[in-house]
Design a protein around this ligand. Sequence first.
Ligand code: CP
Length: 319
Amino acid sequence: MKKFFSVADVADLHGVVQEALSLKSSPHAFEHLGKNKTLGLVFLNPSLRTRLSTQKAAMNLGMNVMVMNMDKDGWALETQDGVVMDGTTVEHIREAAAVMGEYCDILGLRSFPGLKDREADYTEDLFNKFISYCGVPVVSLESATRHPLQSLTDLITITEHKAVEKPKVVLAWAPHVKALPQAVPNSFSEWMCKAQEQGLVEFTIAHPMGYELCEDFTKGAKITNDLEEGLSGADFVYVKNWSSYVDYGQVYPVAQSWMMDNRKLQMTNNAKVMHCLPVRRDLELSSEILDGPNSLVIKEAGNRVWAAQVVLKRMLENL
Ligand code: CP
């Protein structure tokens, strides 16, 4: 594996999940693979889980890890070609990425969207340039449009906790006070659509009118604007807020209550409830669910290690 950016970078969903679960039972079985190899993690935005779980995964594989908080500690990056750099930007991504590639065998990058210019965000210009110029394998730590380590984690977690062969999985929009990117729901949807194609799940998306995701990510999903209809018979409910894709980055008022709580849980097949975290309690998801027996959020966050570890292992095997 040379790049981990989307579900398209994994041919065998079942195989990668089984390999991750095998690493979970023997975390140090491949610690020789990363000896004298260096992972660089580059963050342009904050992180708790992605940062720590990817470091832990790399350490389990015997790698050295360096973390760069580019937004706080790095030079201001210029990402456009053909500009005279006489303004606030100090270093061009061509040099910055290439230099980091000199120091590291594998790089990870987190870069959120601006949520102002849809075309700019959805072309993934910064990410693609970073991949082109750094010259080493790159793992996405969340880009403008996708969060593949989170989605792989989610598939691992569903596989571990499913009680039926082909569970009904529902991605349910939830309220928030801020405009959030579509990266997590886009990514979850494209992974679940592929899992559905492979007979692993049955996938539904429930959201209010106006919150349609880009169709590139939802092919094959059943989509409803009726939360109760979506929740009916659900085995897993994946709660997440996102801002509008159509009216890009906007947040519409929603009259009906979309926060997942114990009353709505009764409409499901005693569903397990998931969220990528961080979560705003009693706004996105009720405390009674988060603190109750149906919540998988902590186990899900724990599985971030095994998703990162299987990806890094596959990259190390191909260096
Ligand atoms: N879920 C997730 O990516 O968490 P962080 O933003 O804390 O890394």
